[in-house]
Design a protein around this ligand. Structure first.
Ligand code: NDP
Length: 313
């Protein structure tokens, strides 16, 4: 039986509708929309696409969004100075620094920049204070991708408390905050990574399996317990015909798309998992749209919280 599709695109649209009255009220009351400052250093092609999508979504939802560009040759001091300016800007409630930063900035630069964003504007939730608050289960602004996944699980009434959740991937931006959010909802959580032996065996114990790896089709049917909920965070552009053929059967519309375009966007979960899982997010149209919706939600929350703290001051 095919798994129920957990439609992230539809939920993202609903979240934007739900935000609209709050957004309108904020804009009317303060004479300006909530503002997001996006910092992009260099010309990484994937980052260009991500940033364009974020600007488009913010514009369509009637947020203010400003792109602040720096050349690939910019120094760490340049980017810290830019963040400092946005920290002090009254028009910007949220600040997002698109990763990765240019390699020339050096190891550790990224976290230094994330940590330089004032916590009240840290809409990506990557700064040390934001992460610390999440660890202690008194979150302020939490990373958008895992927050979107939780929103989807809750709205789709997937039981979490007391269930075994397995998160594959331990990055600071997805895997770790995902595991913490599931833990705070009383799941029993296992985190797996590249050094985990017996990965399929551990994944098969999951009631909720989250794949955040970056390996096309890594999670195959033998990783999945029948009826489990499978969340596919991965976004991988496949250009190798052999990989595409291993993912999609002959005649599949996605394979046809690949043959026409020479590439196809796929997740970390093999499409064949739909025969075993109880519910599953598609790629595209699953976690990706939710990430952007949660970025807008975090910006609105940040704007409301800043306005409330100014009113109290
Ligand atoms: P990272 O590369 O930072 O982390 C990948 C994680 O996967 C690491 O913890 C790594 O382990 C683990 N891993 C790698 N190979 C294996 C393997 N063979 N078996 C088990 N674990 C493995 O990636 P991100 O967390 O940033 O992103 C993960 C995926 O999610 C990517 O495809 C990315 O594009 C996508 N993404 C999607 C978003 C969305 O909005 N849909 C947003 C953000 C990311 P180790 O730590 O040991 O190296």
């Amino acid at each position: 039986m095919a798994a129920r599709v957990l439609d992230g695109r539809a939920l993202a649209a609903r979240l934007r509708e739900e935000m609209a009255p709050r957004l309108a009220a904020f804009t009317q009351r303060h004479g300006r929309p909530p503002g997001l400052g996006i910092v992009l250093a260099g010309n990484d092609p994937a980052s260009e696409v991500y940033v364009r999508n974020k600007l488009k979504a913010a514009g369509e939802a009637a947020f203010r969004a400003d792109l602040e560009r720096l050349p690939a040759t910019a120094s760490l001091a340049d980017i810290l100075a830019l963040v400092e300016r946005l920290n002090g800007s009254d028009a910007h409630d949220g600040i997002l620094v698109q990763s990765p930063l240019p390699k020339a900035m050096g190891a550790g630069a990224q976290q230094r920049v994330f940590d330089a964003i004032v916590p009240d504007k840290d809409v990506d939730g990557f700064g040390a204070e934001s992460v610390g608050l999440l660890v202690q289960n008194r979150p302020k602004l939490v990373a958008c991708t895992p927050t979107g996944v939780m929103e989807l699980l809750v709205r789709e009434k997937i039981p979490i408390a007391g269930r075994h959740a397995v998160v594959v991937g331990r990055s600071d931006i997805v895997g770790k905050p995902m595991a913490l959010l599931l833990l705070h909802r009383d799941a029993t959580v296992t985190i797996c990574h590249s050094k985990t032996p017996n990965l399929p065996e551990i994944c098969r114990q999951a009631d909720i399996l989250v794949a955040a790896v970056g390996r096309a089709g890594l999670v195959t049917s033998d990783f999945v317990k029948r009826g489990a909920t499978v969340i596919d965070v991965g976004m991988n552009t496949v250009t190798d015909p052999a990989v595409a053929a291993a993912l999609f059967p002959d005649g599949h519309p996605r394979l046809e798309l690949f043959r026409k375009k020479g590439s196809v966007l796929v997740g970390d979960v093999h499409p064949g998992v739909a025969d075993v899982a109880g519910a599953m997010t598609p790629v595209p149209g699953g976690v990706g749209p939710l990430t952007i919706a949660m970025l807008l939600m975090n910006t609105l929350r940040a704007a409301e919280a800043r306005a409330a703290s100014h009113a109290r001051a």
